[in-house]
Design a protein around this ligand. Sequence first.
Ligand code: PGA
Length: 245
Amino acid sequence: MTNKYMYFIANWKMYGGLKSLNSLDKVNKFFKRFKMNKFIKIVYCPPNTLLYSMALKLKKSKIEVGAQNCHENKDYGAFTGSVNPIMLKNVGAKYVIIGHSENRKIGENNKIINLKIKNALKSGLKVIFCIGETLQDKRKKITKKVLNNQIEFGLKKVNNKKNIIIAYEPVWSIGTGLILKSKDLSETVNFIKKKTKNLKILYGGSVNPKNIHEFTSVSNIDGFLIGGASQDPNKFIDIIKKTFN
Ligand code: PGA
């Protein structure tokens, strides 16, 4: 049971077509009626192809829309296949996820992530900055060192951090069903809070209605970044309900 402000960020990854937007009706209806809705921020991050339609659909709703990544350049330019943060803002995005491990895995390094964060903020987007250790890091017991580095480099020369939310996502937990022990999670979140001077910290990695109770006992968490389970409106709603019960 919680009565603090909580974020529920839906990361649809490379899933969803126009028909998937219908699933938002259910979530919207639930959200309007939910008695704890003053304590909740819901953000949907669909693929870019759905951003504009989703933002239009949610125009009158308190649910907000975000993108899953952006180009590191703020200006327009010859970057085939890329989208800059201004373009995302232009079609209704308020947030952007940066530094997701699925992008780090394909070559996005700390330097690029740092540029992306700076330019997304300059463009007026709020940033959901993902950090997390791999299984190898965990085995080597260097989780804190890795997180420390990701934070130091990712936020280098970012002076105003008020529009940054950290998403702590252990890479080994994403899409695998494996989760951390509450005690370990609480300790890591404390470490990140201290390091970032109290930024909001979300947890991400296999969050679903069946395991959500494991996380709600971790009182220093400010919400969740939800991948797989966010594509099913019933599961997403269930996660929210169970966070407050
Ligand atoms: P998952 O994804 O909930 O499917 O593990 C989380 C994420 O990658 O943001």
